[in-house]
Write a protein that binds this ligand. Structure first.
Ligand code: HEC
Length: 130
């Protein structure tokens, strides 16, 4: 009897360790999704996406291709928010890190600090569709 209750006890301990590590692993995957100053409203409506596309063509299209990942004057941004990592910095591909790139670029890209929160959210609406 003593032996089988030890086995049950061991199983409980192992299951607890397993669930704790699953919880920790999930939390570790999205460390940058917590609310911070670099968050904006996520828009998904057709009009926002269209206006975002226009802004992209005016402000970003000179250096970035939207329909490929080939490097032009900057990396092609196709699938930018669908991949795990940003192309040059290799930071996690989150909205927050893209907003950081626009304010404080990683290397040679000019800063887009002048864009309003509204314009940023339209751009993100469009980048989400690439
Ligand atoms: C004058 C050229 C130029 C323009 C205009 C430009 N970029 Fe960039 N972009 C770059 C370069 C070069 C890089 C490579 C990283 C760096 O130098 O900071 C880059 C990198 C990026 C990255 C990836 C950053 C990373 O961490 O890997 C994103 C996202 C991005 N640009 C978005 C934009 C958006 C959105 C716009 C328009 C608002 C824009 N860029 C306008 C040149 C440009």
């Amino acid at each position: 009897m003593a032996h089988s209750s030890n086995v049950v006890y061991l199983r409980i301990v192992l299951w607890s360790l397993l669930s704790i590590s699953i919880v920790l692993a999930c939390r570790g995957e999205n460390p940058r999704n917590s609310a911070g100053s670099n968050t904006i409203e996520a828009k998904r409506d057709y009009e926002s996406i269209n206006r975002g596309q226009q802004l992209f063509q005016e402000q970003c299209g000179f250096c970035h291709r939207a329909n490929s990942t080939a490097y032009h004057a900057g990396p092609g941004l196709k699938g930018i928010l669908k991949k795990p990592r940003l192309p040059t910095s290799n930071y996690p591909a989150t909205v927050e890190n893209i907003l950081k790139q626009l304010k404080n670029p990683y290397k040679e890209m000019p800063s887009f600090q002048h864009l309003t929160d509204e314009e940023l959210s339209l751009l993100i609406a469009y980048l989400n569709t690439l």
